[in-house]
Design a protein around this ligand. Structure first.
Ligand SMILES: Cc1cc2nc3c(=O)[nH]c(=O)nc-3n(C[C@H](O)[C@H](O)[C@H](O)COP(=O)(O)O)c2cc1C
Length: 311
């Protein structure tokens, strides 16, 4: 049987296949090590890292919703110092890309986390989460303003020696405006989408189901929205795009690749099926082999039909 090449490039970053585990749904990798062979993944994106440790929001912080879930974890994480000391030495031994998702409450904090990771071995790239609140602008998310998103991107680039992927928020009027601003600022790649803001109410207590009132919606419920946004962004930027949102099987992953994503991330599906990422890698390989497709590159951006605005 022919051997299909699943290798892809995200700017300077080379992945052995286009399937990554999404930030916040895969811990620091080690949590899944007894369940799957992590070396078979394209990469792992670790839980959002901040300069200081964060305990996150009070519980309940997860609610199941139709075809998805709401979370208001509040970006709980071990902080930069403990990550470098306690998590990275283990991650470094893996034969897969390790992407560190970072965030801050101010532009300076993004710069500080990036600087703290500079020159450190075993980190393949930085993914910048711009969906979190900016304390400098009264809590408006960095990713909702193209100029602010560009400023954060520049700050990270100034402080790092790693490829920089900026993760876009879908909670905006025009995601293409943010994508273009971030590309112009010098990002090596984009990933999208982060969760969509939502809420749920308990009708007996008449209280919000999440202690934080609102949270981020993820899972298959958001997939069509994510796919649409990926395609809109792919049409207007030249840098590679990673598709995220509700991917649970290889067919879903293929939709994003055909739409033009160079890779995909799998999040909520890991909670239902810890093997989801590997099942998707195998499914992609088989799909290509059955159709005598020599390289996954032949699939990427192969969408047919009208691609004009206003279709
Ligand atoms: C419990 C949970 C925690 C998350 N934490 C982060 C995070 O720390 N940083 C980040 O950029 N995205 C985070 N996300 C967003 C996911 O990485 C992903 O963008 C989103 O869930 C959509 O993909 P999915 O439908 O496959 O889950 C989190 C999602 C979930 C469900």
């Amino acid at each position: 049987m022919s051997q299909t090449h699943l290798k892809v490039k995200i700017g300077p970053l080379e992945l052995k296949n286009p399937v990554l585990a999404a930030s916040g749904t895969f811990g620091y990798g080690q949590e899944y090590a007894d369940l799957i062979d992590l070396n078979l993944l394209g990469g792992i994106v670790i839980k959002g890292l901040s300069i200081k440790p964060m305990s996150g929001n009070p519980p309940p912080r997860i609610v199941e919703t139709p075809c998805g879930m709401l979370n208001s974890i509040g970006l709980a994480n071990v902080g930069l110092e403990a990550f470098l000391k306690e998590k990275l030495p283990w991650l470094r031994k893996l034969n897969t890309a390790v992407i560190v998702n970072i965030y801050g409450h101010s532009t300076d904090e993004y710069g500080a986390v990036s600087a703290g990771l500079r020159g450190i071995e075993g980190i393949s790239a930085i993914e910048v989460n711009i969906s979190c609140p900016n304390v400098e602008t009264g809590g408006m998310a960095f990713g909702t303003d193209p100029d602010v998103a560009a400023k954060v991107t520049e700050e990270v680039l100034k402080n790092t020696d790693k490829p920089v992927i900026v993760k876009l928020s879908p909670n905006v009027t025009d995601i293409t405006a943010v994508a273009k601003a971030v590309e112009k600022a010098g990002a090596h790649g984009l990933s999208l989408i982060n969760t969509l803001t939502g809420m749920a109410i308990d009708i007996d207590t008449r209280s919000p189901r999440l202690a934080n009132i609102s949270g981020g919606l993820s899972g298959p419920a958001i997939r069509p929205v994510a796919l649409y946004m990926v395609r809109e962004v792919v049409k207007v930027v030249r840098i590679p795009v990673i598709g995220i949102g509700g991917i649970i099987n290889y067919q879903d992953a293929l939709e994003f690749l055909i739409a033009g994503a160079r890779a995909v991330q799998v999040g909520t599906a890991n909670f239902v099926n810890p093997r989801a990422t590997l099942d998707i890698v195998e499914g992609l390989r088989k799909y290509c082999e059955d159709r005598k497709i020599a390289s996954i590159d032949e699939i990427i951006g192969s969408l047919k039909g009208n691609t004009q605005p206003g279709e």
